[in-house]
Design a protein around this ligand. Structure first.
Ligand code: SAM
Ligand code: SF4
Ligand code: SF4
Length: 362
């Protein structure tokens, strides 16, 4: 059986893989990296228009999102997830777009919760107040909520969707009451936009048990107008917070953990920094991404995905699907962030196309 490539903004093809029977050995890619994390995008739609992710000029009324029939159904996602777990996946993160806009998401969570895996979800928090209890009851283990500023005007300007800070804080509050704790809070830091508020964010969540993670603004996709000058390096974030609340490093939980962990010296809790621009962590990258329509990406900055949906819908059995996934991982050589500077020196027209974050999932 041959596997087609879904040509998502494609100008290069993923590695050609020749699937052989999977031999049951732990998987390693061409750089010796194991397979551990799977991110599943459950929708390419979102009720926000964050300027760094889905700028309204591009994602406007004319923008054609995927039709329902192209989306993987919950049963298809669960079937693939079971195969991934058999190949070594230990953690599944549901993401998007905004995962909570996908109807009946708790049905999917109930199905995935039967697998032996750490099950987590990233959300913009706007619908969390009404959904937190159902998510917990369905078996979701952990939550990450994105919140870019506590300053009302800044937050509204960044989400460009008329949602205020209070609505997200209410969601975090409801999720805490439902039993999700600690919650991770993601803040993308963009120079001149919200960096003036990063110490305030740290202060607000100090002592709550929740963990704020400061993320360097990345050049995902091709629509967000990324410039290196807009990136605040994590070292600067740590310097600014550490000047007010002294910090010390904490060892990672496991190899390949994305966030570098720090804690307040006075016992006020923990923060994290995600430095994919200034300190690429490709060396330990153990993540696979399954797009909303069933394309498998071996890197966040990929140009095209590996079409699992056609295999699924053509009636491939589990062993065949497993062989294709295993072969794709073994052929993997991605390390975009380590090569970024060579790419970003080129004009956009000469650079490799990159899939949008809202399609592939953060
Ligand atoms: N809609 C959900 C949310 O915002 O949490 C889940 C999907 S979103 C793509 C996942 C994460 O990616 C969010 O924390 C978001 O802030 C982050 N993100 C999106 N675009 C980014 C960019 N250009 N650089 C860094 N992080 C980004
Ligand atoms: Fe939507 Fe999340 Fe992207 Fe913001 S970051 S536009 S909330 S998918
Ligand atoms: Fe992993 Fe690609 Fe990010 Fe490197 S650039 S850490 S390979 S997703």
């Amino acid at each position: 059986m041959t596997t087609k490539v879904i040509p998502i903004q494609s100008n290069v093809r993923p590695p050609r893989v020749v699937p052989e029977r999977y031999d049951g050995l732990a998987l390693a890619d061409t750089l010796g990296r194991g397979l551990r994390d799977l991110r599943i995008s459950v929708t390419d739609r979102c009720n926000f228009r964050c300027t760094y992710c889905m700028p309204r000029e591009v994602f406007d009324e004319q923008y054609r999102f995927l039709p329902q029939s192209d989306l993987l159904r919950f049963e298809e996602i669960t079937r693939l997830a079971r195969i991934f777990v058999g190949l070594g996946i230990k953690k599944i993160r549901l993401t998007g777009g905004e995962p909570l806009v996908r109807r009946n998401l708790d049905d999917l969570i109930r199905q995935l919760a039967t697998l032996n895996v750490d099950l987590t979800l990233t959300t913009n928090g706007s619908l969390l107040a009404e959904k937190a209890v159902a998510l917990k009851a369905a078996g979701l283990h952990r939550l990450t909520v994105s919140l870019d500023s506590l300053d009302e005007a800044t937050f509204r300007a960044m989400n460009d969707a008329d949602v205020g800070v209070a609505q997200v804080l209410e969601g975090i509050h409801a999720a805490t009451a439902a039993g999700f704790s600690p919650i991770k809070i993601n803040m993308v830091v963009k120079r001149g936009v919200n960096d003036a508020h990063l110490v305030e964010m740290a202060r607000h969540f100090r002592g709550t048990g929740h963990i704020v993670r400061f993320i360097e603004f990345m050049d995902v996709g091709t629509t967000n107008g990324w410039r290196l000058d807009d990136v605040i390096p994590s070292a600067e974030v740590l310097r600014r917070i550490g000047a007010v609340f002294p910090l010390e490093p904490v060892s990672p939980d496991y190899r390949g953990e994305v966030a570098e962990r720090w804690r307040y010296r006075d016992g006020g809790g923990e923060i994290g920094v995600i430095s994919s621009v200034t300190q690429a962590f490709c060396r330990d990258c153990n993540r696979l991404r399954l797009s909303t329509e069933g394309a498998l990406f071996t890197c966040l900055f990929g140009s095209s995905g590996y079409d699992l949906r056609t295999l699924l819908r053509d009636g491939a059995d589990d062993a065949t699907l497993r062989d294709h996934i295993a072969a794709l991982w073994r052929a993997r050589a991605d390390r975009y962030s380590e090569l970024r500077m060579a790419q970003t020196a080129l004009p956009e027209s000469a650079r490799l196309r990159r899939v949008e974050m809202s399609y592939i999932g953060g």
